[in-house]
Design a protein around this ligand. Structure first.
Ligand code: ADP
Ligand code: MN
Ligand code: MN
Ligand code: MN
Length: 375
């Protein structure tokens, strides 16, 4: 293991303890999104049964003043379990528990975008919206230097790295492989992986997922990525432009279809959805990263396989457009399209909600956040 990691511990020693029986106790790791809208937090509690549904688990609390979500004087926040996954680190029957966050007065936390997403997905459920999100990320050493890059200077220019193979082409495949298996074990609908255009940059795809499951599965897949990287002493960055200059940024392309788009001649529905998206370009850009488009402004330059943040465009097989219709979809005249604008650090709940509001509900009136009646 790298000597730069001062906090390194021997995983073989750990392994011995992880074999110990737990006498019917089940460890449930509650996971939630913190006040940055980007960071994840987690803590564990023991229960004496194996939960089969999130409702079986207790609501829990945490210190919101330590996660950027509350004042110190009134800091108790609530964790509301909403989805269960198998824990690939502690193994079955232990669980990962995705949670929504609520304030003391039952209002959702500012970064709980799942609540309004869930309501929008419920209103649109008859259209069966499917999503597939391509999560790009960059591996960094703990000092912030891209993993595998020379300590001084740069690797050779982009070209040989995308989908590359060989020690001079890709850096950190172990992490990609470990994460892929961890996702499969957990029950995340991961559909594939590849090496990206910039060396030390990788991608995994989650989907197709229907409705609220898109956000749930992508957030857990991100948690697994950070957790796997922790084991390797490496950091996964979701910064949309980690290296300035002639290096590709990182996005979270969002593939989307409705039932009608997937049927014969669904291309008509794809085209009318794109016309609606064109009219809401600015609104979508505001929602496609956690900082109102500022993060994406560094990435969506019109170069490096992106469209300019200021323009909306669409085209078959065009990777320089905001929206790309895959060539096969153009030929079969049905299928899905790809929104290439979301940044790698986007909140999938906000992205998928925005797409459904624009293309299905035609409704941007109703306020996005409010009390949760079911809470
Ligand atoms: P790209 O060619 O843009 O790199 P990828 O193969 O990386 O595409 O990702 C394609 C994504 O589209 C995957 O997440 C996949 O699950 C998703 N997808 C496939 N079919 C559909 C569909 N009908 N509706 C929505 N998403 C889909
Ligand atoms: Mn891809
Ligand atoms: Mn990609
Ligand atoms: Mn893509």
């Amino acid at each position: 293991m790298s000597s730069s990691n001062a906090a390194y511990t021997n995983k073989e020693v750990l392994h011995r303890y992880m074999q110990l029986p737990t006498h019917g106790n089940v460890q449930c790791m509650y996971i939630w999104i913190d006040g940055t809208g980007e960071g994840l937090r987690c803590k564990t509690r023991t229960v004496d049964f194996e939960p089969k549904a999130p409702e079986e688990l207790p609501v829990w609390n945490y210190d919101g003043s330590s996660t950027g979500q509350a004042e110190g004087s009134n800091s108790d926040m609530y964790l509301h379990p909403v989805a269960l996954f198998d824990d690939p680190f502690r193994l079955r029957p232990n669980k990962l528990v995705l949670c929504e966050t609520y304030k003391y007065d039952k209002r959702p936390a500012e970064t709980n975008f799942r609540l309004s997403c869930r309501k929008v997905m419920d209103r649109a459920k008859d259209e069966h919206p499917w999503f597939g999100m391509e999560q790009e990320y960059t591996l960094l050493n703990q000092d912030g230097h891209p993993f595998g890059w020379p300590q001084r200077g740069y690797p050779g220019p982009q070209g040989p790295y995308y989908c590359g193979v060989g020690a001079d082409k890709v850096y950190g495949r172990d992490i990609l492989e470990a994460h892929y298996r961890a996702c499969l074990y957990a029950g995340v609908t991961i559909s594939g992986t590849n090496a990206e255009v910039m060396p030390a940059q990788w991608e995994f795809q989650v989907g197709p997922c229907e409705g609220i499951e898109m956000g749930d599965h992508l957030w857990i897949a991100r948690f697994l990525l950070h957790r796997v990287c922790e084991d390797f002493g490496v950091v996964a960055s979701l910064d949309p432009k980690p290296m300035p200059g002639d290096w590709n940024g990182a996005g979270c392309h969002t593939n989307y279809s409705t039932f009608a788009m997937r049927e014969e001649n669904g291309i008509r529905h794809i085209e009318s959805a794109i016309e609606k998206l064109a009219k809401q370009h600015k609104r979508h850009i505001m929602l496609y990263d956690p900082n109102d488009g500022q993060d994406n402004a560094r990435r969506l330059t019109g170069h490096h396989e992106t469209s300019s943040i200021n323009d909306f465009s669409a085209g078959v097989a065009n990777r320089g457009a905001s929206i790309r219709i895959p060539r096969q979809v153009g030929e079969e005249k049905k299928g899905y399209f790809e929104d290439r604008r979301p940044a790698s650090n986007c909140d999938p709940y906000r992205v998928t909600e925005a797409i459904v509001r624009t293309t299905i509900l035609d409704d941007w009136e109703e306020e996005a956040c409010g009390y949760d009646d079911d809470y």
